[in-house]
Design a protein around this ligand. Sequence first.
Ligand code: DGT
Ligand code: CA
Ligand code: CA
Ligand code: ZN
Length: 571
Amino acid sequence: MKNEELADIFNEIADLMEIQGEQPFRIASYRKVARILEELTEDVETLLADGRLAKIPGIGKGSLERIEEYLKTGKISTHQELVKKVPKGLLKLTKVPGLGPKTIALLWKEMDITDIGQLRKAINSGMIEKLPGMGAKKVEKISKGIDFVIRSSGRIPLGIALPIAEELITQIKKIAGVKKAEIAGSLRRRAETIGDIDILTEASDGQKVLEKFTKFRQVREVLASGSTKASVRIQDNIQVDVRVIPAESFGAAWQYFTGSKAHNVRLRKIAIEKKLKLNEYGLFENEKQIAGANEEEIYHKLSLPYIPPELREDRGEIENADKLPTLIDRKDIKGDLHMHTTASDGHNSPEEMIRACIERGYEYMCITDHSKSSAIAGGLDETRLRKHIAAVRKLAEKYKNEIAVLIGSEVDILADGQLDYDDGLLAELDFVIASVHSALSQPADKITKRVLKVMENPYVRLIGHPTGRLLAQREASAIDVAKIIKQAKDTDTWLELNSSWQRLDLKDVHLRLAKQEGVKICICTDAHSIDQLDYIQYGIYTARRGWLEKEDVINTLSRKKFMELVKQRKR
Ligand code: DGT
Ligand code: CA
Ligand code: CA
Ligand code: ZN
């Protein structure tokens, strides 16, 4: 039945009209039709065909035509025209609980907020509370609504799933009789988003262990529970599968359930060529098990080196098995070069960020607050920036024996391709990141040219979050990443791997392309608080998925080497 789909479209038409400030009675009539459609107990197509739909009070001639149009073509032209008149992200805002069309219109007009990412930023900076009718309570409700939309929009971001899974693993390990508990599936491969959480355990009494698991406080619904497998649903509709595996098969099962499917298909083919059989129970020669207890053994018996989970995507790891990269590791990172403080939209002072970086063992760091055009994010005008530079330099002196503190800026690349500060001011900074924060919906040609141009500026060292995507919130811009990579090579500009799990930008396949072209990557956190400095782990995982080695990443250099490099001109 198309009843629900049609109701959704009619509701969306009403939302769009309300956002665009159309007449209330017209809006109300669309809402009424939406409600009627929702409450129909029969198929709308049948009702239309035998003429009964036309007789329902509230369904006028216009509505009837639109319903007919949808049933014939799958579209309603009125709807499409309305959609064309608003920025793409606005539609998603209408899905946020606690956020009505009137507020969306207000946010759009007053603050130029057109997608969930910008809304989140405006909330974080506190700017939004200054709008009429926006109390702390209402803002809190909207903030919760945003979380809901992100988490319920299908795949779960790595940064949400991993802490949840790690907590589950800790709890499972505490159950009596559990010998092992490990993460498998796309989460072990550290994919940027995951469909569900897969966990494997080894235990003496599977039934008992799984029963205990299904009684964890996190569990909202038990989908299935037996002696070898349990499936449950926890918060935000996240599914968790736990399997109990015997010791002699643990490695084989871990390999199998880590995937990816494509990688496993390749492996099974290799086994067959060797007249062996590979499945989740082990590697077999005729009926005899020749490997299975651990993963390494399976790879070795197939004449392959151990392949790290992040590479198991059938993206060349089998063909190039004899020359796999030595993947970068968290301990290789020697500094973080993109972070915000209370000077713009960060939550901690420069000094707090410096101490936190020292605690993390970094040898250097850079403070990069927003530039003046990022008004929502409290960007610094020239006067404030000069004061900020002086303050940070003082702190740099104070902490110079522990860490090298650089003062930089995350400078907006304006819609016309100009930078937000002039070269004179840029020259006063130690390090300049240039980022696109506005007009992200420009066509490919325009947005690409805009970034290519600023890369020619000798002060611009790094392009921040090059595609501007926000996972589950905003699509990447249309920017031509291959061209940006080529320009990075030609101008000696570095590209950021932004480690925030909402961004992971550049993403794995882009990173790999950059590496192939010899472009250097900088893995930064864009931290807006001390805690977020630890997002670096998500950057590392993504870098590994992009086949990056220590040598490909600029902030693996020692303090001495790095400082020499940033003191020199770019070219
Ligand atoms: P997800 O959850 O959609 O992010 O992706 P995965 O990779 O975690 O997939 P999932 O949870 O369906 O299954 C976990 C792993 O189990 C998967 O990566 C490979 C393995 N697997 C599951 N079903 C099959 C299958 O039909 N054939 C093969 N070769 N492997 C499978
Ligand atoms: Ca999975
Ligand atoms: Ca699964
Ligand atoms: Zn930024």
